[in-house]
Write a protein that binds this ligand. Structure first.
Ligand SMILES: Cc1cc2nc3c(=O)[nH]c(=O)nc-3n(C[C@H](O)[C@H](O)[C@H](O)COP(=O)(O)O)c2cc1C
Length: 313
């Protein structure tokens, strides 16, 4: 009997990925060691921790907490500064695509970071994080007018493939408006979604919150956010220009979850909370589970079912 080969490779608007599975920004991708582990793993790409112009300590600890179906964090963007990430990449010999995540604290800082990233040969694409829910500083993710002027300025000089990391939206109208805006620019991809903002988790034994910053309020990730993330992927797939790829992110735990994202229209997926919980070996497990799932479904590649979710009738 001839075994059909299952191909889980993909591409993000032409950027080839040997596997459609990668880490989410912020999950084990801040330090030299963490990034080296990701490069050595079976992930299809490496996404770096969102960086700023200068290194940042981030918020006071404890600032991350996880339970069986989720995580809550208010990290406050602890990172080693853009120069660290660019220098690290400069020294790295690798063929894996690198998505440099940028998260300036102002429009000016983001433009500075974008210009710097444009000079690096080692950066395959930029993932611009406009949606960090845990900062006191200005966040752009919900201000369409500011985003559009910002994108105008970016595309005056930008030559790198650019993607935008989006916050979750809960109204179709918001997704339509954001899509109409993004459709006007040569964006390569969007990543949906960042953590669900302003959640709270309670330790009932001690009648306390579990993280210290912002009185315990933080961004929520993990399995419990998956339905919202899938919905955002599906709606953006409906309204975005067809050449803008979607990277799905939120609550991925299994190969079946990856299948759901691709069925909704994602071209690739990112793993956050579950990577932090399980460690780097998760990429081997997910690859195996996803391949087996496709085999059972009799699909040989992700293109056979991408975006083909049917309505119940
Ligand atoms: C500890 C932690 C740090 C994060 N840091 C970033 C970050 O720096 N930049 C970013 O775009 N998203 C960041 N995120 C959000 C994740 O990339 C992801 O969008 C979110 O956690 C949902 O995915 P998940 O359910 O797989 O965790 C962070 C999430 C966690 C849990």
């Amino acid at each position: 009997m001839i075994m059909k080969k299952i191909d889980i490779s993909s591409h993000i608007n032409g950027i080839q990925l040997s596997s459609c599975i990668m880490n989410a920004s912020g999950a084990l991708c801040t330090t030299d060691q963490e990034l080296s582990n990701l490069f050595d793993s079976s992930s299809g790409a490496v996404v770096t921790k969102s960086c700023t112009k200068n290194p940042r300590e981030g918020n006071v600890k404890p600032r991350y907490f996880e339970w069986n179906v989720g995580s809550i964090n208010s990290m406050g963007l602890p990172n080693l500064g853009i120069d660290f990430y660019l220098n690290f990449l400069e020294k790295k010999k690798t063929k894996k695509p690198v998505f440099l995540s940028l998260s300036g604290l102002s429009i000016e800082e983001n433009l500075f970071l974008m210009k710097k990233a444009n000079f690096s040969q080692k950066v395959t694409a930029i993932e611009l994080n406009l949606s960090c829910p845990n900062l006191r500083e200005e966040v752009l993710g919900n201000d369409l007018y500011k985003i559009s002027t910002f994108l105008e300025s970016i595309f005056e000089f930008n030559k790198k493939p650019l993607g935008i990391k989006l916050p979750p939206y809960f109204k179709e109208e918001c997704i339509i408006n954001m899509s109409l805006l993004l459709n006007q620019y040569p964006i390569f991809f969007v990543t949906c979604i960042n953590s669900l903002p302003n959640g709270i988790f309670i330790d009932t034994d001690n009648e306390k919150t579990v993280i210290q910053p912002k009185n315990g309020f933080g961004g929520v990730g993990g399995s419990i956010i998956k339905p919202f993330a899938l919905a955002n992927v599906r709606k953006f797939y409906t309204y975005l220009r067809k050449d803008i790829s979607i990277i799905g992110c939120g609550g991925i735990y299994s190969g079946k979850d990856i299948f759901e994202y691709i069925l909704c229209g994602a071209s690739a997926v990112q793993i956050g909370t579950q990577l932090i919980k399980e460690g780097i070996s998760i990429f081997d497990r997910l690859k195996k589970e996803f391949t087996l799932f496709l085999k059972k479904k009799n699909y040989s590649s992700i293109n056979s079912f991408k975006g083909k979710l049917k309505n119940f009738q």
